[in-house]
Design a protein around this ligand. Sequence first.
Ligand code: ADP
Length: 461
Amino acid sequence: MAVRDAATGVELGRVPCSGGQEALEAVDAASSALGDWSARSTTDRATVLGSIAHALRARKDEFAAIITAENGKPLDESHGEIDYSADYFLSAAQEAIRLAEESIPSRNPARSLAAIPEPIGVVAAITPWNFPLAMLARKTAPALAVGCTQVVKPAEQTPLTAILFAEVLMDAGLPSGAFNLVTGDASAISRAWLSDGRVRKLSFTGSTRVGRLLMHAAADQIVRLSLELGGHAPFIVFRDADIPAAVAAAIAGKFRVAGQTCVCPNRFLVAAEVYEQFVTRFVAAARALPIGKGCEPTTRIGPLISDTAVARVRAQVDDALAKGAKLLAGGATVPVTGCLDRFFAPTVLADASPEMLCFQEETFGPLAPIAKFGDEAEAIRIANATPYGLAAYAFSSDAARLDRVSRQLHCGIVGANTGVISDAFAPFGGCGWSGFGREGGRWGLYEYLSWKYVCTATRVS
Ligand code: ADP
């Protein structure tokens, strides 16, 4: 399969188009390696993870060039992704060392009770293209830390990052078979893994549509799942918010990876009292973002990943305009010399309302629809009026309000007075149609563990 530069369409390289048979060969290798890897001491495994973290940072420029080429994001963002990925290895290594058998106080003196964490076994991961390295890191690090072995399929748009990642793992001393990469036919590969019986868990990050398919397919062999799916994040600005700070956070959160992250603010809800002020400043800041190839040092907005992605953003803009929204910035693609027509200008729509598509579906592009609200209860009602529940953002100078609102929002992650929430040491994940399971910190390890409860008679009764 050809892998193409996201900005220019130029072929960067080719990777194998594997199917079910290669997928099962990967499971054979992971199964053979499982006994040795899971029997090693946690400190041995943590030492390998530490070397991986170090190697990822040491090869930062190489990774950044590949991520920016195949994904399109600005180089600065690629650098940030590499640090974030290395942190997942640090976090998993530290937490695995802390993880211990637990002895449970028993009300019956004739018995002692223990809970023993065990690796689930061979685990699978299927990852998306928007964070080609970080989405691998947050699945691979905890799996390896607790003694699982892994089979992985990266997104078809970004396999070159995954191949370099595999090289780093091997160089860092990971034994052969502990990590296995398969590129190719997504549905044939996942079907092979989910029907095999040896794969005991699948961690998936991607669309809600594919998440549903995988959940059905996982039923036959009762495969455990973590699903990190689409989001539809509200970004609420209360009347007592610091408006310049809220605008800066809105720009940072909304336009990262050109709006192609599952935690990007998707709906802006602004208190009537500060609506004009927020909109004016936000439009000026959005218009000022430099658009171009990710490899140019000044670029803040790179290309969208595909023509389909461009068409989806365009359809949401057209739908909103037909339903009464006001276009204040962007609204179309802009030409970039020598590049594909995939550079969508940061777009701001005022007077958005719940019947518009952009207020019902994830955009995954640089579109910011803004609606006005009256009081706190109304903001929460609009924010929660969606089956999705990944991230939400709230801005206020009143700590009590932020606390109250954070607890009432239906979602897995809240950014309170910040638009950038990712941290490898914290639990990342959603609820509802955004999926379940957590990645990062000790919560990330639990996804790869099975707890065995042992009840021992201390005297014969
Ligand atoms: P997006 O639309 O953002 O590309 P997808 O959910 O389609 O999101 O893709 C995320 C990952 O899921 C990619 O690795 C892709 O290859 C994989 N994928 C797509 N379709 C299927 C499928 N039917 N079964 C398993 N994996 C799939």
